[in-house]
Write a protein that binds this ligand. Sequence first.
Ligand code: FE2
Ligand code: FE2
Length: 274
Amino acid sequence: MLICQLTDLHVRPIGAAANRVSETNMLTERAFRVVAGFTPQPDVVVITGDLTECGLPAEYENLAAMLRRALTMPVYVIPGNHDQRDTLRIQLAHLPGVTRDPQFVQYAVEDQPVRLIMLDTLVPGANHGELSAAQLEWLDRTLAAQPSKPTLVAMHHPPFATGIPHMDRIALLTTEAFRSVIARHRQVERIICGHHHRAIVGQCAHAIVSISPSVAHQVELTFDPDDTGAFNFEPPAFQLHTWHDRNGFVSHTVYTDRYPGPFPFLTDPYYAGA
Ligand SMILES: [Fe+2]
Ligand SMILES: [Fe+2]
């Protein structure tokens, strides 16, 4: 199974840029084109939040139009801190699972070799993430229903400290309770997140946690506790999570910019002395 993870699109209304300088609409369309042209085609696309910059209806309309133009495989979304849950639920109601829960954008995808559990960590008006006791109970119950099927959990806010202080302050705050739920379900093989706009790998209980870079702008790497954070234009990227029954998950980072190449590896007998 091939799962394509796109994250932190921060789509704006047509003609507008994020933070006035990041052309997130163009960058999102470019990522979609790379996904659409990839061989083999991913079985599913998972978008792990910050679908839009401000949660405006015009931003979701723009995203929905971009998705319709570019991608033909199933697309599964969850909100991030930049989204507005109620607006997302109205504007993207046509996407599978979005309105399945009466309150949150949380659902399970059951018709693939790997089970996908989509979590909603959005706290309205805040940048950090949380899962309420009721949401953790839903997660526990949902995981318990399929204890032997390989499972991937998708969530916007990472459930571990990355060492980037200003981002760790707005990560998932209910980490201990979340970790104890995951620890009870060994079939959770991988957890994928966004939010930090960088490629970072960590752990939660037995599961590897992978944070994908953004398809738009990236967040500066800093370990300085006084740094309040900034973004840059390091290469935009997304991740492809492959899963095979004998090998489990392997995750690849795919850059959406074009670079010189490909060039052949030389094998002619004169190469060493040339
Ligand atoms: Fe983001
Ligand atoms: Fe975020």
